[in-house]
Ligand binder design. Structure first.
Ligand code: Z16
Length: 834
């Protein structure tokens, strides 16, 4: 008051006012204002992108209010904060999601309409941030949404890649990669925090000395120092004020650096080093479940982990807390082993920068981290060549040696000196070359370890982590994955959302178990009709997009049989295509055969260096060319490869699915999350007992799930007895014919060389037991064909699938992490209560 400020006016900046209100009128005004004052345009010359930006900033303003309120609330009293460390976040477009979470979708639709523009048209303009490969990155995005929705204080840390996952184009049936320049038109959703930056050392050597107190010390003399700058994206929860932060680090050259070199006259050196620094956050490695052991990848991992830990320590100390109580401020989740070097970095920071002794430092570290494992595939378990590791992180190697020495000392007694067990537990692998086992480091340094589906966790305990499980059974738990219903139902399937809410209200959006209220309508003919009408409409939408993107005409009345996910041998897209070929051959042998018309939709990216996966894409397209254009088929079969599978495209595909293909070799898919999104949207699943399929089947009921194939146990047994694919081939006429056609060039203009490698792998050394599951798969597909003819029964099964998917909300997963692992509670945020 004595400063001449009216308290009410000060308050007005915080509460919704004429500038940041949520009504149609204020939204309209905000869009017009932003168009003028931010974009510097007026309606007559504004482009679609100008309008998109104007709206995005209007939405961001409203989120910023809640963001500031959240930070204030969190500082009012002490709360434990969840810190999610992930090298990948596959967020998908922000605009529509933020409108939904703010609860202003309808209002914005009206506001834009009154301005003479269509909201859909603006939403489509957004270029999604593709900062992830697949399931793991998308899971991190769903978890950020659920943390905010459950009002849990959380920070997600990661890398602000300048180029995300490559864009896929299909030329002559082959995958062609293009760079993903997602930032080219700017990014209205992030705020650069130039002032928030940390130095990260790389390379160099160690100097050992004894300090004045007689303490033995290692001084790290780095070859290079890079700077990490924070870029923050607010993550708003659904219809709450809680707005958490996703903090992504961009690498730059420290200013001091080029200064010195320029002064020394070495201009070229300075410019070169600048490029080296900027390269760290330049591009996402496009490998899903394969390791390539490149130095830059290790540097990326260390870069973001070091920035994040320095940031957390700063936050902790600024609250007036002692460094040795770090774990009371943060619980740090490691999303796979990608950030596992955090355990060594935490030790280094505590020992070298904060002067703690080893045992105190280890006590803090081993109470801070929890580790989620996402794969059992041996080729995906991260291992770093020891010499390479040393060349990047010499001090960390020394620390890992010491962690290992103490750990093995402690456990040798417990395993009765069994050399086999000691070898398996050791953080260092021996061989022609020594290497570091990141999963072992993660297990030793974490207080909790979890798998991502019930079967996966059981297999972890029995196989890859069995020796750790024997040592620390209490650390292990299962946390079955989930997906956010906000993006994967409300946003992507508004018509279904409306229909569901008309029957059971809209509480299910936050409490997905409430979908069970739909069960009582499963037999209701009116509801069934409405349900299948929505499905048909979604299929028509997808058919239109398919036509635009690929030129292929598909019939919306046909069964939409969909397999969308990364292309990988273990996911077995080639098993699916063998079914297509089998149906095609049945038609060729008997053109009048009565089969249910099907549209097979495939989509997914192959790692650029994964030859067989790329060949699988070519095979799908080659089979499509023949099948789609053969007059005998009479349009009963259509094969579509939808290019550039990403979050944006996934949102259009899931709602249109009748059948969801989840056909991985049992024991190989840790969980899967597409399986959940498809089933929630009313698709029936054909699948093996793998990953979360097992739990989906338990929930929807075995009569509403098409099960086939070997179990994980049977797979293991057959493999140990010696799998002989050739025998299956010789003894199955339909399989033999299909394989002979592929290898003789039937689908490749009689060129019998194109698919040679794929055929060879399937006939002689297939790790994924394709032929062993072929007959069972075909028979199961025949049952799908029969079931689809009974429209009433199919509608019922579809409704029951959705009704029984409540468990698979990421809210449920996050609730379990909060209770069992992180020990955190929700902290509601009020907008004007402070
Ligand atoms: C990934 O996306 C997954 C595992 C992994 O080791 C690396 C990457 Cl990039 C996937 C699993 O394959 C999938 O089963 C699981 O649903 C997903 O992670 C999320 O847990």
């Amino acid at each position: 008051e004595d400063r001449g400020l009216d308290q009410n006016e000060v308050q007005n900046v915080l509460v919704e006012d004429a500038r940041t209100g949520l009504t149609v009128e204020t939204l309209k005004k905000a869009i017009q204002n932003n168009l003028f004052y931010v974009q510097g345009k007026y309606p007559e010359i504004a482009t679609r992108n100008d309008y998109y930006m104007a709206l995005a900033y209007a939405v961001r303003d409203r989120i910023l209010q809640r963001w500031v309120a959240s930070v204030k609330q969190y500082l009012q009293e002490k709360h434990r904060i969840v810190s999610y460390l992930s090298a990948e976040y596959l967020l998908g477009p922000h605009l529509a999601n933020n409108l939904i979470n703010l609860g202003i979708y309808k209002e914005t639709e009206q506001a834009t309409k009154e301005l003479g523009i269509s909201l859909d048209w603006l939403i489509e303009k957004e270029v999604e941030p593709g900062l992830g490969n697949g399931g793991l990155g998308r899971l991190a995005a769903c978890y950020m949404d659920s943390l905010a929705t459950l009002e849990v204080p959380a920070i997600g840390y990661g890398i602000r890649y300048q180029f995300g996952i490559f864009e896929q184009d299909i030329r002559d049936g082959w995958q062609v990669e293009d760079t993903d320049n997602w930032l080219r038109r700017g990014n209205p959703w992030e705020i650069a925090r130039r002032e928030l930056s940390y130095d990260v050392k790389l390379g160099g050597y160690l100097q050992h000395y004894t300090d004045r107190d007689g303490k033995f010390r290692s001084k790290w003399i780095p070859e290079l120092t890079v700077k990490g700058v924070a870029y923050d994206t607010p993550i708003l929860g659904y219809k709450v004020n809680t707005t958490n932060t996703l903090r992504l680090w961009k690498s730059e050259a420290p200013r001091s650096f080029d200064f010195q070199s320029f002064n020394a006259g070495d201009y070229n050196f300075a410019v070169n080093q600048k490029i080296v620094c900027e390269n760290l956050s330049k591009v996402l490695y496009p490998n899903d479940e394969t390791l390539n052991g490149k130095k830059l990848r290790l540097q990326q991992q260390y870069f973001f982990v070091s920035c994040s830990l320095q940031d957390m320590i700063g936050i902790h100390l600024r609250q007036g807390e002692k460094i040795e109580d770090f774990q009371s401020t943060f619980s740090v989740q490691l999303n796979d082993t990608h950030p596992a070097v955090a355990i060594a970095e935490m030790m280094r920071l505590l020992l070298d920068e904060h002067d703690l002794d080893w045992s105190t430092a280890w006590r803090v570290t081993s109470r801070t981290f929890a580790y989620t494992n996402h794969t059992l595939l041996p080729e995906a378990l991260e291992k770093w060549d020891l010499e390479l590791f040393q060349s990047v992180l010499p001090r960390h190697l020394e620390i890992i040696y010491e962690i290992n020495r103490r750990f093995l000392d402690e456990v040798t007694v417990r395993v009765y000196g069994d050399p086999e067990k000691i070898r398996s537990l050791s953080l260092i692998g021996e061989g022609p070359r020594k290497y570091i086992k990141m999963a072992n480091l993660a297990c030793v340094g974490s207080y909790a370890i979890n798998g991502v589906a019930a079967l996966h966790t059981e297999l972890l305990k029995k196989t890859v982590l069995k020796d750790f499980y024997a040592l620390y059974p209490e650390k292990f738990s299962n946390k079955t994955n989930g997906v956010t219903p906000r993006r994967w139902m409300v946003l992507s399937n508004p018509k279904l959302t409306e229909l569901i809410s008309s029957k059971i209200g809209d509480g299910w959006i936050k409490h997905l178990e409430e979908l069970s209220g739909l069960e009582k309508f499963a037999d209701d003919p009116d509801f069934q009709k409405q349900w299948m009408d929505v499905k048909l409409e979604m299929k028509k939408n997808l058919a239109r997009k398919i036509k635009n993107r690929t030129g292929i005409d598909v019939n919306p009345e046909s069964m939409f049989d969909i397999q969308v996910k990364r292309i990988h041998e273990y996911k077995r897209q080639h098993l699916n295509i063998l079914h297509v070929i089998t149906l095609y051959n049945r038609i060729k042998q008997n053109p009048e055969i009565d089969i249910v018309p099907r549209t097979f939709v495939f989509a997914g990216k192959a790692a650029p260096g994964y030859k067989l996966a790329k060949l699988m894409i070519k095979l799908i397209n080659s089979v499509g060319d023949i099948v789609n254009n053969d007059p005998d088929v009479k349009d009963r079969l259509k094969v579509v490869f939808y290019p550039n599978y990403n979050v944006t495209n996934a949102q259009k595909i899931y709602p249109a699915a009748d059948l969801s293909e989840q056909i991985s070799t049992a024991g190989k898919e840790a969980s899967g999350t597409g399986n959940m999104k498809l089933s929630m949207n009313g698709a029936l699943t054909i699948g093996t007992l793998d990953g979360a399929n097992v739990e989906i089947r338990e929930c929807v009921g075995e009569e509403n799930f098409f099960l086939f194939g070997l179990t994980a146990e049977e797979v293991a047994r057959i493999k140990s007895e010696g799998y002989n694919p050739y025998g299956y081939y010789q003894n199955n006429a339909e399989l033999k014919l299909a394989m002979d056609q592929i290898s003789s060039g039937y689908f490749s203009h009689l060129d019998d060389t194109v698919f040679k490698d794929l055929v060879k792998s399937l006939l002689y050394d297939d790790q994924f037991l394709l032929f062993a599951d072929y007959q069972s798969y075909i028979e199961c597909q025949d049952k799908v064909d029969v079931a689809y003819r009974d429209k009433v029964k199919w509608a019922k099964m579809s409704i029951l699938n959705t009704a029984r998917m409540g468990k698979f909300s990421s809210d449920r997963s996050i609730q379990e992490y909060c209770e069992d692992i992180w020990k955190v509670k929700s902290v509601p945020v009020s907008l004007n209560g402070n």
